[in-house]
Design a protein around this ligand. Structure first.
Ligand code: PMP
Length: 397
């Protein structure tokens, strides 16, 4: 059966990480991975998350199946986190959320729902987008096309090109938008630009599928949900995929939620039943543990406030590092103006350096970033910043 299979190449990001592990350079620095790291280079468990987990385990007296859609407290509080209290109460009967294995599970279940709803769905993704969007969403039967997004020349969103591109999308197609903290570029659209994007979606009757993997990592929890909330206020149907990997630090627990908002309760119930059916025919139901933790945490005001404080510290730390990197690079060399680095949002940004510089940094100094020049800002620290600034400037000049 399996003898004729070829060995497939590893995922490019995971593959580079393996190369990093095998590199025997004692001073190597990994800026290529997609997890948050603190000043010590560790990915810690949030204190509030740990406390919620301990309470959950202490109170748990069964490992029997949870409801198929997921922990009810998790679903209610995730909806509130994404939509805010007012909207989630207003739209109660028109919103359905289902717990999923991570943001990937949410994206995949959202894609399955789209495939159930219509034959031959075309989904438009930003150019560039997170590399895994392609295999993840194509395997559900969607055709992926690109809309203009990032300009390598200006190191920012080319908004005119983006709008033009969206205006040319055939009526009825679906558009994948990053809710905040665009991965891989770190270049986000502003609230005013969201308003314009949503107007185009409304005019062209395009359905937004919003990927929210970094809520709280950009400008704040509510600010990062601006696009989702406005889309939900102004459009008849919205699909959202949320991840708790980053903002709750629950990566390995695989927890996220897919949320669908439609114009009437009946359609919402139908959409939910299709998500549940798609899940049932795949992994049946999401792992419970992560959702149990988040549900407990968000229903406890004290734990919630502790988590928000910790999340804010994470966000501010990344902002400081981003600023120090931009200023340091601008002082050390004059070939590229790196001020745009300070403007980027979330965990990632493109450095916008030539490919040969990326490769030289890797081979000569053991500094790893992706070929696209994406760096993980959280991989920077007070210790490695001067080294990185020095090496990048050296190779650039
Ligand atoms: N969407 C984007 C844009 C991401 O960057 C990620 C994580 N790298 C995800 C979704 C999914 O994350 P997870 O499945 O680990 O929750």
């Amino acid at each position: 059966m399996f003898g004729q299979l070829d060995i497939l190449p590893p995922d490019p990001i995971l593959g580079l990480n393996q190369t990093f592990q095998q590199d025997d350079n004692a001073d190597k620095i990994n800026l290529s991975i997609g997890v948050y790291q603190n000043a010590q280079g560790l990915t810690p468990i949030f204190t509030a998350v740990k406390k919620a987990e301990q309470q959950l385990l202490a109170a748990q007296n069964t490992k029997s199946y949870a409801p198929q859609a997921g922990d009810p407290s998790f679903l209610e509080h995730m909806t509130r986190l994404l939509l805010g209290d007012e909207l989630s109460e207003q739209l109660q009967d028109r919103v359905a959320a289902v717990m999923t294995p991570g943001g990937c599970g949410a994206l995949r279940m959202g894609a399955e729902l789209l495939s159930h709803a219509k034959q031959n769905v075309t989904l438009w993704v930003s150019d560039p987008t997170w590399a895994n969007h392609y295999p993840l969403l194509q395997s559900a039967g969607l055709t992926l096309e690109k809309y203009s997004y990032y300009s390598a020349e200006t190191h920012s969103v080319d908004f005119t090109a983006m709008l033009e591109s969206l205006q040319a999308i055939p009526v009825g197609d679906v558009v994948l938008l990053h809710g905040c903290c665009h991965n891989p570029t770190g270049a986000d659209i502003s609230p005013a630009q969201w308003d314009q994007v949503i107007s185009v979606l409304a005019e062209r009757q395009l359905t937004p599928f919003i990927d929210v993997a970094y809520q709280g990592f950009g400008d704040g929890l509510a600010e990062d949900a601006y696009g989702v909330r406005e889309a939900v206020k102004r459009l008849p149907e919205v699909l959202v995929a949320a991840s708790c990997s980053k903002n709750f630090g629950l990566y390995r627990e695989r927890i996220g939620a897919v949320m669908v908002i439609t114009q009437d309760p009946q359609t919402t119930l139908a959409a939910k039943s299709h998500i549940l059916t798609a899940a049932r025919s795949s992994y049946s139901m999401s792992p419970y543990h992560g959702g149990g933790i988040v549900g407990l945490l968000l229903s406890d005001p004290e734990l919630t406030s502790e988590w928000k404080t910790e999340l804010e510290q994470v966000r501010l730390r990344m902002n400081r590092l981003r600023l120090e990197l931009a200023e340091g690079l601008n002082q050390a060399q004059s070939r590229i103006d790196f001020s745009f680095v300070a403007e980027s949002k979330g965990m990632f940004c493109y450095l916008g350096i030539p490919l040969e510089v990326v490769h030289a940094l890797r081979s000569e100094f053991g500094i790893y970033l992706l070929d696209s020049t994406r760096i993980n800002v959280a991989g920077l620290s007070q210790e490695n910043l001067p080294i990185i600034i020095d090496r990048v400037s050296e190779v650039l000049s």
